[in-house]
Design a protein around this ligand. Structure first.
Ligand code: BEZ
Ligand code: FE
Length: 280
């Protein structure tokens, strides 16, 4: 195959994928090549521009480490993370909606008993969080695993500190026999996603702000139910309508209410989809 030109090269690349044994890999690669070539044609991409694009992707990879996931930031600010969440979490009416996982989840976080203080010294205003984990039919789900994490009032997750001596403002609880849970932590505050890397440069280039509205992350797992990755967002936050990663859903916005003793309280129930109710 020689003398390929701008009209024949796409088909030549697609033909090269013909022997791909895995049907899904073949479909994904075929579509990716078609869309990438269409993008180059539509924009009349110059060689200098594509070189700059590859330098950007290289810098994105070089910025990644065990505690820094620049590619996840890129996917998030392009709306691709939230698009895949939306397409893959089409749950029945009444279920708690899903949103992005983000890059700051830590597997196997410390386990806590009911009423414990997950803040563990994290900087912020004290609050209690209470609620229940329910099934779509309203049935309480006992023994659900509730994984919680959040940024502190300085806008940083524990893993973003240089030498985190201990996990802060994150932990795992189990729902009780009536599906209930409660724990203490700090009030969620808005924070900017890190801007000291290539994705921050991209945001600046396109005059976009890096802020996420205040939120508390949850990942909830229970036998017989689809797992749920979501946030609860704080009512009144100025960034609810311009989240840098497009993750806000109206049904996930709730009030952190200041109580007479000065401690805030958040009450929120989660409704899980039974695995038998998967939407087509
Ligand atoms: C987060 O909420 O933790 C997050 C999500 C996307 C990008 C950066 C942070
Ligand atoms: Fe977050």
């Amino acid at each position: 195959m020689r003398n390929l030109n701008q009209d024949t090269i796409t088909q030549a690349v697609l033909a090269r994928l013909a022997e791909t044994p895995d049907a899904r890999v073949k479909a994904l690669m075929t579509s990716l090549v078609q869309h990438l070539h269409a993008f180059a044609r539509e924009t009349r991409l110059t060689e200098a521009e594509w070189l700059r694009g590859m330098e950007f992707l290289t810098a994105t990879g070089q910025k990644c480490s065990d505690t820094r996931q620049e590619f996840i930031f890129l996917s998030d600010v392009l709306g691709l993370s939230m698009l895949t969440v939306a397409m893959n979490n089409d749950k029945p009416q009444g279920c708690t909606e899903a949103t992005v996982l983000g890059p700051f989840h830590v597997a196997d976080a410390r386990r806590y008993a009911h009423g414990a203080d997950l803040a563990n010294g994290a900087f912020g205003e004290p609050c209690v969080v209470r609620g229940r984990v329910l099934g779509l039919g309203g049935e309480p789900i006992a023994g659900a695993e509730i994984d919680v994490w959040q940024a502190d009032a300085q806008g940083r997750y524990d893993v973003q500190y240089d030498a985190p001596e201990q996990p802060r403002a994150r932990g795992i609880l189990q729902s009780g026999a009536d599906g209930s849970f409660d724990f203490r932590t700090i009030v969620a505050e808005a924070y900017p996603i890190p801007t000291d890397g290539p994705v921050g440069g991209l945001l600046a280039l396109t005059r976009r702000h890096p802020w996420r509205p205040a939120h508390l992350h949850f990942r909830i797992e229970a036998a017989g139910y689809e797992s749920l990755t979501t946030h609860v967002f704080r009512e009144g936050d100025p960034y609810l309508d311009s989240d840098a990663v497009f993750g806000v859903r109206e049904s996930l916005v709730a009030d952190w209410v200041r109580q007479p003793d000065g401690v805030y309280a958040l009450d929120f129930d989660f409704v899980l989809n039974p695995t038998t109710c998967r939407q087509p």
